[in-house]
Ligand binder design. Structure first.
Ligand code: ZN
Length: 184
């Protein structure tokens, strides 16, 4: 899935909470956005393994949410939003495709690494590849709740993210042809 889809998923989770406690909206949004993006920083290490915790991440997210419920503050809510969004990112990578650049020609069976069982999870390909039409549609649907719940500058950022998603999805299949061989 696209980075924007992961961010919108995190924002969709925190949107109802931000609606109820708007004084923590910025903390929730910051945690969700960073948590949605953070796992893919492992592109420079072993992508979808080093910073992706599809199973173990839940073991961090649940206590973080517990702390935020017991002692709500900007910090505890931001940490909880980060942990949930990062876990959701890693877990949802398993319903997408593999990390391959051109899923039309080449298929890998490694979606995301499960550190608990010590093995790769298989891509289920409900979303066939990042930037697929269904990826863009899912991103749009997930962006909806956040657009309603947040005010200030965030809706403009979300609309910008939707624009990037649509643009990327629109030229996703051509990107492969433009990519120099040494990058693949
Ligand atoms: Zn990922």
């Amino acid at each position: 899935m696209m980075a924007t889809t992961h961010v919108f998923a995190g924002l969709a989770v925190v949107a109802p909470i931000a609606y109820v406690v708007p004084e923590f909206a910025i903390a929730l949004a910051a945690g969700a956005i960073l948590g949605g993006l953070a796992p893919d920083l492992d592109l420079v290490f072993v992508h979808r393994r080093t910073f992706h915790f599809p199973v173990a991440g839940l073991g961090v997210a649940v206590p973080a949410v517990g702390v935020a419920v017991v002692a709500p503050s900007a910090l505890t809510l931001a940490v909880a939003a980060f942990a949930v969004a990062a876990w959701l990112h890693a877990a949802s990578d398993s319903i997408g495709g593999g990390p391959e650049l051109d899923p039309w020609n080449e298929r890998t069976e490694r979606a995301v690494y499960d550190h608990v069982r010590g093995r790769w999870l298989r891509p289920r390909r409900w979303i066939r590849y990042d930037g697929a039409p269904e990826d863009a549609a899912l991103g749009l649907a997930l962006a909806g709740p956040a657009l309603l719940a947040f005010d200030g500058p965030l809706p403009a950022v979300i609309v910008g993210g939707i624009g990037v998603s649509l643009l990327y999805a629109g030229c996703r299949r051509r990107l492969v042809a433009w990519t120099p061989d040494w990058l693949e």
